[in-house]
Design a protein around this ligand. Structure first.
Ligand SMILES: C[S@@+](CC[C@H](N)C(=O)[O-])C[C@H]1O[C@@H](n2cnc3c(N)ncnc32)[C@H](O)[C@@H]1O
Length: 422
């Protein structure tokens, strides 16, 4: 029996969520734009999934993979994954599930525009009830959805049940600290018994927002902007949602573990590392010699700008790890132009990375420009070494590669592919 039938509260919360996304499909997208650009991002970018979920070995190279996009909305992750699968000539079967018919209509139009409909199945309903029926899946993408469920824990357990033992998920849930002010706005709406939904709620919300003084936390928070840049759908989604919660790092770990899952890492990993924010040894001495969970929780408090937690999980028993540099690992760039990065590092000796308003500079090892300029996504680390003339000592090259890779992978700029096992 669907959860909704057992829990009257859940019925009204799910109905409000569905009504919101029927009126304001999110994010606002125009299928005509598919001719101009492909939207890519985290979670779900296939290279990132292979890195975090499959230990650097792409399962789609070997056979058919099954993907679920749970709460697929207007289709960003669906379109990205379907297009990336086609570009790789991978056999992928993708299932999209969403409560909202109008969001689905936009996602379907985007998929048709790219002629990708052959391997995509569209389902209207709740993935909490339907995921297992359509599974099992190698990869599940659930971005910006679980925090809108009446019972997010049950929602994640339902997804976990639909996952193959070797599979994994890319998830995004809201971050509490970076969204300071958002819940003040939602509380004001609640206290004033604001309109229940639709355009009346939107108009009231806008009137309230526009009347707030400059001292209000939302007005002072530069890290959230959907209400300013995301149109009516963005304003509604950020500030007027009636079923919405946010997580601190410790809660993300608990959330993951109660569903029988293991958190592989956050994206970008660097944001969850206290050394990104502080260089004082006396402080770091107490911050870094603690388990991953405690380090990440401290980093969140230090940073203050984490508005959402994007992270990858696998089954608790699955011991897979992201790949580490080795002779036959093949490095490749994501999200950056490699030759341009090589030139910039050659000029400055540094790399500057910006995360939601915070710029972080890292010194790069001396051999970085020479290594970066030889990375083409095909050569292994061993082959790159052989191209050097004169050759540095092997241990020196490996040490420099390792330092460079630790910076770039933590910033989500470079990953490694591993060759297929023979
Ligand atoms: C904020 S949107 C995110 C859309 C998309 N994942 C993205 O990141 O662009 C949330 C979506 O989740 C859907 N949703 C919420 N609860 C759901 C459920 N139980 N089953 C299926 N879809 C759900 C909503 O209809 C909405 O389209």
């Amino acid at each position: 029996m669907p959860d909704d039938k057992k829990m009257p509260d859940a019925v009204s919360s799910s109905a409000k969520t569905r009504d919101q996304y029927e009126s304001y499909p999110y994010p606002a997208r125009d299928p005509d734009d598919e001719d101009k650009r492909l939207i890519t991002g985290s979670p779900g970018n296939w290279d990132e999934v292979v890195h975090f979920v499959f230990g650097g070995r792409d399962p789609s190279a070997k056979g058919k993979i099954r993907i679920l996009v749970a709460g697929g909305g207007t289709g960003d992750a669906l379109v990205m994954l379907a297009q990336q699968a086609r570009d790789r000539k991978a056999k992928a079967e993708i299932v999209y599930i969403d409560l909202s018919e109008s969001s689905r209509a936009i996602a379907e139009a985007r998929i048709k525009r790219r002629n990708l409909e052959k391997n995509v199945t569209f389902v209207t309903g709740s993935f909490v009830d339907l995921a297992v029926e359509h599974g099992p899946f190698d990869y599940i993408d659930c971005c910006g959805v679980l925090h809108h469920l009446p019972d997010p824990d049950a929602g994640l357990r339902a997804l976990s049940d639909a996952l193959k033992p070797s599979g994994g998920m890319g998830l995004m849930v809201y971050g509490e600290l970076g969204r300071t002010g958002v819940y003040h706005m939602q509380e004001m709406m609640e206290r004033m018994n604001a309109e229940a939904g639709g355009a009346r709620r939107l108009n009231f919300g806008k009137a309230l927002f526009n009347s707030l003084p400059g001292t209000n936390w939302l007005k002072r928070n530069p890290f959230v902007g959907d209400h300013v840049h995301g149109g009516d759908a963005g304003f509604y989604d950020l500030l007027l949602h009636q079923q919405d919660r946010a997580y601190r790092v410790d809660e993300v770990f608990d959330f993951t573990e109660q569903a029988g899952l293991r958190l592989q890492n956050f994206v970008e990993p660097m944001r969850y590392d206290p050394t990104t924010y502080c260089s004082r040894h006396d402080v770091l001495d107490r911050a870094v010699h603690v388990p991953f969970r405690a380090r990440a929780a401290l980093a969140e408090l230090m940073a203050g700008n984490i508005t959402k937690h994007t992270f990858y999980v696998v089954k608790a028993k699955n011991k897979v790890k992201p790949p580490m540099p080795s002779e036959d690992a093949i490095p490749f760039f994501t999200r950056v132009d490699g030759p341009a990065l090589a030139r910039s590092v050659a000029k400055t000796g540094n790399i500057k990375i910006t995360f939601t308003g915070l710029a972080v500079t890292r010194t790069m090892p001396a051999a970085s420009p020479a290594i970066l300029s030889r990375i083409d996504g095909k050569r292994s680390i061993g082959e790159i070494y052989k191209m050097f003339d004169p050759k540095p000592e092997k241990y020196e090259f490996n040490a420099q590669f390792a330092v460079m890779y630790s910076v770039l992978s933590a910033a989500n700029i470079m990953y490694l592919h591993l060759p297929e096992k023979k």
